[in-house]
Design a protein around this ligand. Structure first.
Ligand code: PLP
Length: 383
C-alpha cells in the first residue's frame, strides 16, 4: 500500500514528556516510585478536582482489580457490570473469584441501562444474593447516566466502580468523569486520550483508600524493617519513567480533548448529506464527551445495502483502520455462562456500528483521505 497507515487512535506526545523522563534518569529514579509518580498523581488530582485522591498504577485493569478489592469484593460475590464494554472492565471480577452479572445498555449514552440495572438487582436479591458492586463505564468517552445510576445504587446501597478508562476529560453536569464512583479507574494505555505507554490510576475519595491501594499495589508490605505480610499483595505501582510521560501528557490533555472533539465535528460534516449513517453524539447538554473515539451507526436499509463491515473493509484497502464497536461481554464465549439482564440493544450496536480514526494527531491530508475513503465506501461521489 502506497500511503501510510491511519490508526484508530495513536499516541500523541506533547513535547515535554522527554524532559520529565530525562529528570528521572538524572535523579536515578528508575523505579516504581519517585517524583514523577507523585507529581503525576498531583497533576491528576488537580485536574479532576472535587478532592479526589489518585494512586498511579501499572494499568487501568490493575485499577479496576484493586478498586473491586477496596470495595470488599471476594470469592462468591456478584458484581453487576455493563455488558457493552472492553473485557478489562469485567476480567478483574473473575480474578477475585466473583461472578459477573451483565446488564444491557440504553440508547442515549450506549452505557448501562438504569431500568435493566434495577431489574437485575431486584432479581438477584429475589434469587438470594444482593450484588456487591456496580461497574458502570463511560464508553468511548460518553458519560453514562450518572444521576440515574447513582440513585439506584443509593436505593439498594450498592457501591459503584466507575470505569473512566476512556473518559478522562469528559464531564457530566460540569464535573469531571472519574469523580463519580465510590472508586474510579483511569487508563493511560497507548491508544487512550493520553498515554504513559502503559499505565492506569485508581481514583478514591479518602486518604485511607488511596494508602490502602498503594499498599496493595506494592506487595502489601507492612511498615517493618523486614518483609512482613498480613495480606496478599500485587505488583501494580506505576513506574517513575511512565509517570514522566504522564506528566508531559497532562500539559496537553485539554488540547487533546479539543482536537478529538474537532474530529467528531469533522465526521458530522462528512456525513451531513449521507443517508443511513448516524454519528453518535451527546443526547443532552448535561454531558460533554471527550470523543475518545467517534462512532457511527449504519442503517444498511438506507445505504443501498452498504454495511458497517463493508465500510471497515473499504477503509482498510486504503490503509485506514476502523473497528467494530465492542462486542458485548454476554456474547463473549468466555462470559457466556454468566447471567445477563436486558434486551438486544447492545447486540444491535455491535452489529451496526463502527469506530472511526479519532486521534488528536490526525493531519488535514489524513482527514481528507478518510473523507474520500468513507464516501467511496458509501458509493457517494466525493467532491
Ligand atoms: C482501556 C480500558 C480498560 C483497561 O485499561 P488498561 O490500561 O489497558 O489496562 C478498562 N476499561 C475500558 C473501558 C477500557 O477502554
Amino acid at each position: 500500500m502506497a500511503s501510510s497507515r491511519i490508526w484508530l487512535s495513536s499516541p500523541h506526545m506533547g513535547g515535554s514528556e522527554l524532559q520529565y523522563v530525562s529528570e528521572a534518569f538524572s535523579g536515578n529514579w528508575i523505579a516504581p516510585l519517585g517524583p514523577n509518580v507523585t507529581g503525576f498523581e498531583e497533576d491528576l488530582q488537580g485536574y479532576l478536582e472535587n478532592d479526589v485522591l489518585v494512586a498511579a498504577l501499572s494499568s487501568g485493569t490493575a485499577a479496576i482489580h484493586l478498586g473491586l478489592l477496596l470495595l470488599g469484593i471476594g470469592a462468591g460475590d456478584e458484581v453487576l457490570c455493563q455488558s457493552f464494554t472492553f473485557a478489562a472492565s469485567a476480567n478483574p471480577i473473575l480474578y477475585l473469584g466473583a461472578t459477573p452479572v451483565f446488564v444491557d445498555s440504553e440508547p442515549d449514552t450506549w452505557n448501562i441501562c438504569p431500568f435493566f440495572l434495577e431489574q437485575a438487582i431486584i432479581d438477584r436479591i429475589a434469587k438470594g444474593k444482593k450484588p456487591k458492586a456496580i461497574i458502570a463505564v463511560h464508553l468511548y468517552g460518553m458519560p453514562y447516566k450518572v444521576d440515574e445510576v447513582a440513585k439506584i445504587a443509593e436505593k439498594y446501597d450498592i457501591p459503584i466502580l466507575e470505569d473512566s478508562a476512556e473518559a478522562l476529560g469528559s464531564t457530566y453536569k460540569n464535573r469531571k468523569c472519574g469523580t463519580f464512583g465510590d472508586v474510579a479507574a483511569l487508563s493511560f494505555n497507548g491508544n487512550k486520550i493520553i498515554t504513559t505507554s502503559g499505565g492506569g490510576a485508581l481514583v478514591t475519595k479518602s486518604k485511607d483508600l488511596k494508602e490502602k491501594a498503594i499498599y496493595l499495589a506494592t506487595q502489601a508490605r507492612e511498615n517493618k524493617p523486614y518483609y512482613e505480610h498480613t495480606e496478599i499483595g500485587y505488583n501494580y505501582r506505576m513506574s517513575n519513567i511512565s509517570a514522566g510521560i504522564g506528566r508531559g501528557q497532562m500539559e496537553v490533555l485539554n488540547s487533546h480533548v479539543a482536537l478529538r472533539r474537532q474530529m467528531h465535528d469533522f465526521y458530522h460534516s462528512v456525513f451531513e448529506n449521507v443517508n443511513g449513517v448516524t454519528v453518535f453524539k451527546e443526547y443532552s447538554a448535561d454531558c460533554i464527551s471527550n470523543f475518545w473515539l467517534t462512532t457511527i451507526l449504519i442503517d444498511s436499509k438506507l445505504t443501498n445495502g452498504v454495511t458497517a463491515e463493508d465500510i471497515r473493509i473499504k477503509l482498510l484497502e486504503d490503509n485506514i483502520e476502523a473497528r467494530p464497536l465492542w462486542k458485548p461481554m454476554h456474547m463473549q464465549p468466555v462470559f457466556k455462562k454468566y447471567p445477563y439482564y436486558g434486551g438486544n440493544f447492545c447486540e444491535k450496536l455491535f452489529n451496526a456500528g463502527l469506530c472511526l480514526p479519532s486521534g488528536s494527531n490526525l493531519q488535514v491530508q489524513e482527514k481528507e483521505r478518510i473523507r474520500v475513503a468513507l464516501l467511496k465506501a458509501l458509493r457517494y461521489n466525493a467532491k
